[in-house]
Write a protein that binds this ligand. Structure first.
Ligand SMILES: [Zn+2]
Length: 568
């Protein structure tokens, strides 16, 4: 091709060349951005949805901005800097998300993160940065490296492009116009994308304002609800009827677990030996075999477990006293010891605050959910040693809170590379590698939970002078690739609701039990577990019905439902 021929091109042809050149640049930029997000996803630093939304919103932003700043496929220094800035803002937020997922195993909109961001002071922020200096640095460095990669891409001219570039260059410059129509279209699309709230949230400039507004609303709602509940409870005439009818001193311990389905416990027949320590207790530990939870959500289920609210009347939690309030009124000293740091300011804080002593033992930095459940043991020991004659202690454990692989120390990672019956069955059923890995992590978490539960019983047993009752139930179960590749909360499957319920008591704790074998098969739903706890505490009155107490000789099965469907 020579310059003489080119001069004969008409303006349309010239525009086409410019258009092709600009399009090529746009495609390179968007491809580059998608490659970056794919890498984030491949490293498991962003989940798929997060990576996809960031990829889409970032692409639209790049397209809209580049379409305005590119002229004939060239771009001035200001234009390039603006592009780099936009990409870096997106990278900074992605890096922050990756850091949260990598270090704490929490999602970016997890309440804990929002609380950590806004319910803090400069001292805590500094402490947080110092404690997490290396992981923060790592993700910042990765973001910078990606920015450099992108900057190179912006200056890259593939061979095909160089030809057309030279052509037009010979033809002294082209028309010098922006690619106006695409610029308007992309800008319009970007504005439209912001109409979608979940997309809007991914805009780095709106990231903090949106979350801050949400946090403020949340705090306001919690406060209003707290006031409503305490106003209702002070007026409640039935509360005064709840009296301690027993004699002597006693301690009742209730352990609320997290995301534990009985399908993965060897004491309930799972082929991996995930509960060796609890099994060593033999018949001293009662294990109920036919227990379901109600809603499949942490806050929802705990509200039903911890007071008069039931599946049919879930709203009662806001107008009736919970068992902590009842126990206090009946002369118990009450404790809420939690490894869920969200219990201190989240929806459950309304219940936790009703305890005489509320302790958060989570030490994942000054925040985060990094602490393994063993941090609960020293505080539990101290509570047991409290000289009050009557104590009611609630322990709220993390157990298998996502992400599973953050829930146990390395020494409990027994199933990571297992080629056992479970691994073979999952492979035979065609489960994905990720699903199989998640199952392994989950089983490691079960093995560790077994160790922690047994350790709490050991602490009780060591107090030989006390009469102690110990009851364990998780808030709900979990789907861990039991039916498909899905792993997580899944309200369509039984694994989400079928849970273990365990009971142990010290030799001094006097309790008449029926033939244990028959009793362990009693059908039960945990929205009624408050009656079992009141029974153990020896508290009777309007809110206690022995027919709902699974340990009582007067127990009678109640109809059970999951959602609207009768169970089983
Ligand atoms: Zn839960």
């Amino acid at each position: 091709m020579t310059s003489c021929e080119i001069i004969n091109y008409d303006r349309v042809a010239k525009s086409l060349v410019e258009f092709r050149r600009s399009s090529m640049l746009l495609i390179i930029r968007v491809l580059g951005w998608f490659i970056i997000l794919t890498l984030y996803w491949a490293m498991d630093w962003l989940n798929f949805l997060q990576a996809l939304k960031t990829a889409l919103l970032g692409s639209l932003s790049i397209l809209a901005l580049s379409a305005w700043t590119l002229r004939d496929g060239r771009e001035g220094r200001v234009g390039r800097s603006l592009n780099l800035l936009v990409v870096f803002l997106f990278l900074a937020i992605s890096g922050f998300h990756s850091f949260l997922r990598d270090v704490f195993g929490v999602a970016q909109d997890d309440l804990i993160v929002v609380e950590a961001l806004f319910n803090t002071n400069p001292g805590e922020t500094t402490e947080f940065i110092i404690q997490n200096f290396w992981p923060l640095g790592k993700h910042l460095l990765v973001a910078i490296l990606f920015a450099v990669f992108y900057w190179f891409l912006m200056g890259w001219r593939p061979a095909l492009f160089r030809r057309s570039s030279r052509t037009v260059h010979v033809n002294e410059s082209g028309s010098g116009r922006f690619i106006r129509i695409p610029a308007v279209i992309f800008t319009g699309l970007l504005v439209l994308a912001h109409l979608n709230p979940t997309m809007r949230k991914e805009n780095p400039l709106l990231y903090f304002p949106i979350r801050h507004a949400k946090w403020e609303r949340y705090v306001e709602n919690t406060r209003a609800l707290q006031e409503k509940i305490s106003a209702a409870v002070t007026k409640d005439s039935s509360l005064a009827t709840m009296r301690y009818t027993g004699s002597g001193s006693r301690t009742v311990v209730f352990l609320i677990g997290e995301s534990v389905t009985l399908l993965n416990l060897s004491m309930y027949g799972y082929s991996r030996e995930t509960t060796p320590e609890l099994e060593s207790l033999g018949p001293r530990l009662l294990k109920f075999t036919d227990v379901i939870t109600t809603l499949g959500s942490t806050v929802g289920d705990i509200r039903l477990m911890i007071g008069p609210a039931t599946r049919e009347r879930p709203d009662l939690y806001a107008v009736k006293p919970d068992i902590l309030t009842m126990a206090s009124n009946a002369g118990y000293k009450t404790f809420w010891i939690t490894n869920h740091s969200t219990d201190m300011a989240g929806a459950l804080s309304i219940i936790a605050d009703h305890a005489d002593v509320t302790i958060n033992v989570n030490r994942g930095g000054s925040r985060g959910e990094g602490s393994h459940d063993e941090v609960i043991l020293p505080e539990f020991g101290k509570a047991l040693d409290d000289p009050e004659p009557r104590k009611f202690i609630i322990l709220h454990l993390l157990q298998a809170h996502p992400a599973f692989y953050f829930r146990y120390p390395e020494s409990f990672a027994r199933y990571n590379n297992g080629d056992d019956e479970v691994a073979r069955a999952l492979r035979a059923d065609g489960r994905s590698l990720r699903a199989r890995k998640m199952r392994n992590y989950y089983d490691n978490a079960m093995l560790y939970s077994d160790h922690i539960l047994k350790a709490t019983i050991d602490l009780c047993e060591a107090r030989t002078d006390q009469s102690i009752a110990w009851l364990y139930a998780p808030d709900h179960g979990e789907d861990v690739a039991h039916y498909s590749n899905f792993v997580g909360h899944n309200n369509r499957v039984p694994a989400m609701f079928e849970i273990p319920l365990l009971f142990w008591r010290s030799d001094q704790f006097s309790l008449q039990l029926e033939n244990a074998q028959n009793m362990e098969d009693r059908p039960y739903q945990t929205d009624l577990v408050d009656h079992t706890l009141l029974g153990l505490m020896g508290i009777e009155g309007d809110y206690y019905d022995p027919s709902h107490n699974i340990l009582s000789p007067d127990f009678e099965p109640s109809p059970r439902f999951i959602g609207e469907k009768p169970y089983p």
